[in-house]
Design a protein around this ligand. Structure first.
Ligand SMILES: Nc1ncnc2c1ncn2[C@@H]1O[C@H](COP(=O)(O)OP(=O)(O)O)[C@@H](O)[C@H]1O
Ligand SMILES: [Mg+2]
Length: 208
């Protein structure tokens, strides 16, 4: 059976071109990619909320990976949630687990535990926390509201973590709904990443 080597060799390639595991340093530095990486880094440095939207395959997750790779890991803690379809308790459980603790059983307890651990990351370990949620268009309204409340600290004057939501264009439409007006006001950036080649093939432009 023909392996990867034979087809990459046939096309004169050194490795498969669209693999999921391209190291961050080897990614193609197109403008849209650089722009999204810079905006994610800005969110982290400001401990703010941001949303990146774009069609499947536009390069959102790859840009997040590149932004995370550029962070000093001794000064940052990254909580990456690949799929948020686990209810509101699941959000707290993911954060607590990623911060190295065993989640408590009851929702009220795990909420308090997440808040304590997030505060300790900055106050005691001097690390900024980035919570990045992929496929964020799947977040329920209740989850979005819990995230917004979790991001409020010190009477809304500070946030215990930077929040980056990555999702399909539907996400920017969800965040523009009246019930999320508070979100729209807090998002320091909302960026649509486009895939020019896909646009040209489909003969359309990104609407978000
Ligand atoms: N800047 C880039 N350089 C090289 N390959 C890229 C780049 N951006 C995207 N890709 C390719 O496109 C694929 C899909 O990108 P991905 O970030 O997973 O899309 P999305 O998260 O928007 O659905 C990746 O697996 C990678 O192979
Ligand atoms: Mg993705």
């Amino acid at each position: 059976m023909a392996g990867v080597e034979s087809w990459t060799g046939h096309f004169g390639l050194a490795c498969p071109p669209f693999a999921k595991s391209i190291p961050a340093s080897k990614l193609f530095e197109r403008t849209a990619h650089q722009e999204v990486v810079a905006r994610i880094r800005y969110c982290v440095s400001e401990m703010a909320m941001g949303a990146i939207t774009g069609d499947v395959g536009a390069g959102k997750s790859v840009a997040l990976r590149a932004a995370v790779a550029s962070l000093d890991r001794t000064r940052h803690t990254v909580v990456y949630i690949a799929n948020p379809m686990f209810g509101t308790r699941g959000l707290y459980v993911s954060i607590v687990s990623a911060l190295g603790a065993v989640p408590r059983f009851h929702k009220a307890e795990v909420m308090a535990q997440a808040a304590t651990l997030l505060a300790a990351e900055e106050a005691e370990r001097h690390r900024k926390v980035l919570v990045a949620i992929d496929e964020a268009h799947l977040l329920s309204p209740a989850q979005l509201e819990e995230l917004r409340l979790m991001a409020n600290a010190e009477m809304d004057a500070a946030s215990p973590f930077a929040l980056v939501l990555l999702g399909q264009p539907m996400l920017s439409r969800q965040l523009r709904l009246g019930v999320f007006a508070a979100y729209a006001a807090r998002l320091v950036m909302s960026r649509c990443v486009t895939n020019r080649l896909a646009e040209r093939l489909n003969g359309r432009t990104c609407a978000a």
